[in-house]
Design a protein around this ligand. Structure first.
Ligand code: ADP
Ligand code: MG
Length: 567
């Protein structure tokens, strides 16, 4: 039988830099760009002949041609924001598609093979709309994007593969524009992201900005300098920052009005300038640990990812906070791409990855709009989470809602993403309208099921209780990213998930056994059983696999103790 060769590349599509890897001979290797560099700047520009240029060539003109060069556009993925480049107007996904196109072509030259598929990494904090935009960018670049992978998950794959023993670690990813914290649990070859948190407005570029502001404050005469001079100043600020990574002191000079302006910056002053940024690194770490219910002391490792973690001031904050030195044996700006390469290997079903199972968490809560009752009055616009932040994905959860008005003809369901109490503060993902039979208020209930897959596709199904017909909606913001056929395929995959845990036979049997015992016993033993059955039912309603397992075990223990006649 002929084996079809699939050429899949793993891509770290960063705010500042991109890197590409492939799976070869049981391990991931980096694919250098045509210019020989492992990193390709995520910069798009226009040259003097009006041609689009991408990567290092574009970045080198950031200073000289600031109006013909665009950088750091990843933050705008999934928004309507338009960038102007000479006569052209681009959305962030189109700029990303240009960069992805170059990465694809460069990889094809290096591999001497056509590349048709890719796994692209995204920050854990990217919401559904941003994830769809990344997929759309891949498609525009002629790449079939099989899967998106959270960047910290990719990094932990790169670090975790070598060691199959039990361990817990934290991935600290400070790139050019975003900060991601993830808590990873690895046991028996299963790698699990237990929680993720971060700050999408914090990165190495902000440290550069502090240096630039300091340079300006030292030489106030530059405040109304021409834009070329100010752009040159920004480039110097970046250089100074990077030099301080290697040396305790950095200096630079700039030609100005026939003379020379000079600066000298030492490490303590730099640390002082960045104090506010360094403080901001702490909150997401505390949040992630809290969400994962892990203590600092329970972590076995802290892993550094992202070029900005090269800075000693950042490493010091991490070391102080965790009381140990973080792991950084891999280049922090290549780790994510290497992890994507491992995921490529996983997809190609290479033997080297047979016992690595990947699970993930969802970074945002997903839910619907509901009304709340105040006395006899209803107030609309509240958010009811259906799948909560940091739930394990893939996941499928059901909630029931009742009608609000007499003879209501339909129920309008808005689907939102976010953490706020009111829907107006969350992001609207889609909406659907479910016809309901006209009855008195509260008599008709609609079951709403949310099913969320590993690559961030949300399916919402609504069924009027007692009826067979079902309305369903796939939240896929960018039209045409999924073909009809792919949607059917995905639906088939999802079908396996849709059993409520209450209906799983092991849980049903245990509940039946407990209620038999409850009926048999009296007094204290009856109360104890009642207590543990209630806990188990609450866990079943939460549809959280872990909580169910814990509550089930407790109830089982109590029942066996009573069965053994020990009490
Ligand atoms: P992203 O993932 O956002 O594309 P990277 O991981 O490539 O970003 O990190 C880019 C950031 O790392 C930039 O802000 C850059 O200034 C910073 N950086 C790279 N090398 C160094 C260095 N030697 N010292 C300090 N900062 C660095
Ligand atoms: Mg990155």
């Amino acid at each position: 039988m002929e084996r079809i060769q699939r050429n899949i590349i793993g891509i770290d599509l960063g705010t500042s830099n991109c890197a590409v890897s492939v799976w070869r001979n049981g391990q991931p290797i980096l694919v250098p760009a045509a210019d020989g560099n492992n990193l390709t700047p995520s910069v798009v520009g226009l040259d003097d002949d009006g041609h689009i240029i991408i990567g290092h060539r574009a970045k080198s003109r950031l200073t000289s041609h600031p109006h013909l060069t665009i950088a750091s556009f990843k933050r705008y993925m999934g928004t309507e924001h338009l960038f102007t480049l000479g006569p052209h107007h681009f959305r962030a996904e189109e700029l990303s598609a240009l960069v992805l196109g170059k990465l694809k072509t460069d990889a094809e030259v290096f591999l001497a093979q056509e590349v048709t598929e890719a796994i692209i990494t995204v920050p854990a904090y990217f919401n559904d709309i941003q994830r769809k935009a990344v997929k759309a960018a891949g498609k525009l670049a002629g790449l079939k994007v099989e899967r998106l992978l959270n960047e910290p998950t990719a990094a932990s794959l790169a670090y975790g593969l070598a060691n199959h023993s039990e361990q817990k670690f934290l991935v600290f990813d400070l790139g050019g524009g975003t900060f991601d914290v993830s808590i990873i649990d690895m046991f028996e070859g299963v790698l699990e992201v237990r929680a993720s948190s971060g700050d999408i407005w914090l990165g190495g570029d902000d440290f550069t900005e502090k240096v630039r502001q300091w340079m300006l404050s030292c030489k106030p005469q530059l405040s109304d300098a021409p834009s070329e001079t100010l752009a040159e100043l920004a480039r110097l600020a970046e250089e100074m920052k990077c030099r301080l990574t290697q040396h305790p002191l950095a200096s630079c000079s700039l030609g100005w009005q026939g003379g020379t302006l000079e600066w000298e910056l030492d490490t303590p002053t730099f640390a002082q300038l960045c104090e506010e940024l360094l403080t901001r690194l702490k909150a997401p770490i505390i949040q992630a640990l809290h969400d994962a219910q892990f203590s600092l002391a329970s972590l076995d490792h802290v892993v550094l990812v992202g070029g900005a973690t090269r800075m000693p001031v950042v490493r010091q904050v991490v070391a102080r906070m965790f009381g140990r030195f973080p792991r950084s044996e891999l280049h922090p700006d290549e780790v994510v791409a290497l992890g994507a390469g491992i995921q490529v290997g996983f997809m190609l079903e290479d033997k080297a990855l047979d016992d690595i199972v990947l699970t993930d968490v969802m970074p945002y809560s997903l839910g619907v709009n509901v009304a709340r009752q105040y006395g006899s009055r209803y107030e609309e616009g509240f958010f009811l989470p259906v799948i909560e932040r940091n739930a394990f994905v893939p996941i499928s959860v059901m909630k029931s809602l009742s009608t609000l008005h007499d003879n209501q003809q339909q129920m309008d369901i808005g689907i939102y993403q976010g953490e706020a109490r009111r829907i107006k503060d969350n992001i609207l993902l889609g909406s659907m309208s479910v016809p309901v039979p006209p009855r008195p208020a509260g008599e008709v209930s609609v079951d709403i099921r949310f099913t969320y897959t590993l690559d961030g596709i949300l399916e919402v199904e609504c069924r009027v209780a007692g009826e067979d017909t079902m309305s369903s909606l796939i939240i896929e913001k960018v039209p045409g990213v999924l073909s009809e056929e792919e949607i059917h395929q995905r639906l088939a995959q999802l079908a396996a998930l849709k059993l409520h845990p209450r209906d799983a036979s092991v849980n049903r049997q245990l509940l039946a056994r407990a209620s038999r015992r409850y009926e048999q016993f009296l007094g204290e033993r009856r109360q104890i059983i009642d207590h543990f059955v209630t806990d188990f039912e609450v866990a079943l309603d939460s549809q959280d696999v872990r909580a169910i397992a814990v509550a089930r075990q407790q109830l089982e223990q109590v029942l066996s103790r009573f069965d053994d006649g020990l009490e």
